[in-house]
Design a protein around this ligand. Structure first.
Ligand code: MGD
Ligand code: MGD
Ligand code: SF4
Ligand code: MO
Length: 692
């Protein structure tokens, strides 16, 4: 491997910050070097990105396959040939005995486009199963569904982040950007320096909310009422952009009726946000010529997340803040390849290019690229939680690639039980995650700096991560694993292990689809700092800004969707009187499988905690650091108290990065959104007590 610096991107979140890697001697593996020429982060990184190479160091990662010993019940080192033969035999065996749909596949939004594409193809062509979904279902599926419904296309941000600093007003709903994408905070700072305004909606006064001109702190799970209440005021105060509504949208009457049923006093009662603040927010937003609404997991991870995002889109459309320069609705996608991961076929209902699995023309196109009969492609399968819930029953064997559901799935105690009840579990991972620890076979794979592949950032910008390091001798790439398994299962062709070869096939498979990558090549990505899809041919410049002329619906009009508020799936009562919400801290990533292996990050954030208001703490007789027990209808968790006035008195917050007794997901409610099948991570009812 070259000893010079390799320009690449961070292994973690959807911002995909640019960085350079310089191989280092000894245990450090590599040194992260600032890369100021990449426009999105201009050199800035958070602590996770800066320390990322530590996860690839010998002590942290897996270096040989592990197979569970039938006698001792322990995972023991094994050779690749033995491990792969066992996996192929058991997956093939399950299929022969119980049918193709008894084999499940669970992917991840951290996988490169090449891996996500190959995993979807492997499931549908080699295994012939419909039972594939991925952790992105837990992430942005509600925003994706709402995007599709309203705009006919789902790309997280329809504009580059740089537009955020030049608009007039941003409403940021349930995003704690300052902790979840720290270098992106710059765009909000610049917005305010340019005279723009920032409104943050979050039940907690987060580090992000502290930057705001106006902070609204609704009760968790009431965002839909809040958005409708603001739209009500837009109508009542005569602030509707009638011309825009007439020329660029359809369906306003239904949406308008939904909003009119949510008068301000009712909304105050539901959300806890005082009417004068609602009015101030509407005035601030409508008073600034251009405006954006950006949502993240706060309003989306609810059993009504799709309608909630729909209500915010209605708000943007009614005020004419969409499909115009420097205005629009956007979702801040989360995982490194959260965007690309949902475009190329690891989602239960999708084929590459963001095509629908139920669309005969899409099936024909993709089947032709794959060289199979369209009739052989299975139909849509179960969504992520429903798939995990079916383990050990309808689904008997499971391949996990790029997720750690033992920590991250809702009602995790139950899901852990389901995973244990499988006939056969195989996990491909970089580290021995809590899920890998339950497996019959663990396959150690390369990741990030050890391999090449493309990622699509939250802006819809397709980026190239280039191999910068030589992987340890005992590991293989996910693509090599799928290539070998396909071969053992009778598909010696069609599953190349070379990423660029896969990408060229992906380009053809996506051609003509909504997420069209046909004109994107590795060479172009490098030359142009990434290429925004859709990019249908090599002469096309890519599409940084969507919808300026028309929306992606058949008639080119954006669709209003009629929505009305409804309560959370589980409301507080005498037994469970407090609301639990969950989320993230700056130093850990997701299930923590990777970041909990980095000393510097553990020092900064050593373990779980329960954030609560001093009034609630006083009522419980709890002081800072005391152990607190949190109990829901799903189970009990325990963690030290962190007392702060930054949270509502009726709400507690737990980050979900840890397994064990402080696991937040022991408590969470798997109630699903009817459209997106997103679980309600952000709201459930709990009892909080001093533990001991
Ligand atoms: N440090 C770090 N960064 C990350 C990640 C990580 O694990 N750690 N993960 C990445 C991924 S995959 C994702 S999806 C993103 C997530 O990024 P964010 O969405 O910013 O992260 P969260 O902390 O889950 O939720 C954001 C905020 O929602 C608020 N919230 C809770 N309930 C409600 C509610 O009912 N309504 C509203 N309006 N707000 C509510 C919480 O108080 C929290 O401050 O972060 C990405 N970046
Ligand atoms: N309570 C609560 N729970 C939540 C959330 C919440 O806000 N609250 N947020 C949800 C959201 S938004 C998300 S995105 C999920 C994420 O939750 P998970 O799906 O558990 O995400 P990670 O922890 O990133 O898990 C990725 C796993 O894949 C491994 N890995 C990384 N790169 C590769 C690779 O290239 N190949 C392979 N084979 N493995 C790799 C990592 O080591 C890790 O073990 O959590 C969800 N869970
Ligand atoms: S903000 Fe996201 S992409 Fe940037 S360094 Fe941190 S984790 Fe990596
Ligand atoms: Mo996510």
């Amino acid at each position: 491997m070259a000893s010079t610096e390799t320009p690449t991107h961070c292994p973690y979140c959807a911002l995909q910050c640019g960085m350079k890697l310089r191989p280092a001697a000894g245990a450090a593996v590599a040194e992260v070097v600032e890369r100021t020429d990449f426009p999105v982060n201009r050199g800035a990184l958070c602590g996770k990105g800066r320390t990322a190479p530590a996860v690839l160091a010998a002590g942290a990662r897996l270096t040989e396959p592990l197979v569970r010993d039938a006698v001792t019940g322990k995972l023991e080192p094994a050779g690749w040939d033995e491990a792969l033969a066992l996996v192929a035999g058991r997956l093939g065996g399950t299929r022969a005995e119980h049918g193709a749909d008894a084999v499940g596949v669970f992917g991840g939004g951290g996988l490169t486009n090449e891996k996500a594409y190959t995993l979807g193809k492997f499931a549908r062509v080699v295994l012939g199963t419909s039972q594939i979904d991925y952790n992105g279902r837990f992430c942005m599926s509600s925003a994706a569904a709402a995007h599709q419904r309203a705009f006919g296309l789902d790309r997280g941000l329809p504009f580059p982040l740089e537009d955020v600093s030049r608009t007039g007003c941003v409403i940021l709903v349930g995003s704690n950007l300052a902790e979840t994408m720290p270098p992106a905070l710059r765009y909000l700072t610049e917005l305010r320096e340019n005279g723009g305004r920032l409104i943050v909606i979050d039940p907690r006064r987060t580090r992000t909310a502290e930057q705001a001109d106006l902070h609204l702190a609704p009760r968790p799970g009431t965002d839909l009422a809040l958005a409708l209440g603001m739209l009500h005021l837009v109508v009542a105060e005569g602030r509707v952009d009638e011309e825009f509504v007439r020329t660029r949208t359809s369906g306003w009457d239904g949406a308008r009726a939904g909003a009119m049923a949510h008068w301000p006093e009712l909304v105050e009662r539901l959300t806890g946000v005082p009417v004068p603040l609602l009015r101030e927010a509407v005035e601030m937003f409508c008073g600034a010529g251009e405006g954006m609404v950006l949502t993240a997991r706060g309003p989306e991870q609810q059993a009504k997340g799709t309608d909630t995002v729909g209500a915010w889109i209605n708000f943007c459309l009614a005020t004419g803040r969409a499909g115009r320069p420097l205005s629009g609705y956007g979702c801040l996608t989360g995982q490194g390849n959260g965007q690309g991961g949902r475009e190329h076929g690891q989602k239960a209902d999708q084929l590459p290019g963001y095509r629908k699995l139920t669309d005969p023309e899409a099936r024909r196109h993709v089947a032709e690229v794959w060289g199979v009969d369209p009739g052989s492609l299975p139909g849509p399968g179960r969504s992520a939680y429903e798939l995990l819930d079916a383990l050990g029953r309808d689904v008997r064997s499971l391949l996990v690639m790029g997720s750690n559901p033992v920590v991250s799935a809702p009602r995790a105690g139950h899901i852990e039980e389901r995973l244990r009840s499988l006939d056969f579990l195989v996990v491909a991972d970089v580290v021995l995650s809590e899920t890998a620890a339950l497996a019959d076979v663990v396959l150690p794979v390369t990741q990030w700096a050890e391999e090449t592949g493309t990622m699509t950032s939250l802006e819809g910008r397709v980026l190239l991560r280039r191999q910068a390091l030589t992987p340890p001798p005992g590991v293989r790439s996910d693509l090599e694993v799928l290539h070998a398994l396909a071969g053992l299962l009778g598909h010696g062709k069609g599953f190349p292990a070379d990423p660029e070869e896969v990408f060229d096939e992906l380009r053809r498979a996506s051609a003509g689809g909504p997420a069209d990558y046909a004109g994107i090549s590795y060479a172009r990505i490098v030359a142009e700092d990434g290429v925004f899809w859709p990019c249908p041919d090599e002469d096309h410049a890519g599409t940084p800004r969507l919808f300026l002329e028309r929306f992606a619906t058949d008639d080119g009009l954006a669709r209003f969707v009629p929505v009305t508020h409804r309560p959370a799936a589980e409301e507080t009562d005498a037994d469970y009187p407090v609301v639990l919400t969950t989320g993230r801290v700056v130093s850990h990533y997701q299930s923590g499988a990777q970041t909990r292996r980095v000393a510097e990050l553990n020092a900064a954030a050593p373990g779980p905690f329960v954030e609560l208001h001093p009034r609630l703490a006083e009522r419980l007789g709890v002081s800072e650091g005391d152990p607190v027990a949190v109990t829901s209808r799903r189970g009990r968790a325990e963690a030290p108290a962190r007392i702060t006035t930054a949270i509502r008195q009726d709400t507690v917050f737990m980050p979900f990065h840890w397994p064990g007794e402080g696991r937040a997901n022991t408590l969470t409610n798997p109630a699903l959104d009817p459209v997106s099948r997103m679980p309600e991570y952000k709201v459930c009812a709990v009892r909080v007590e001093a533990a001991g």
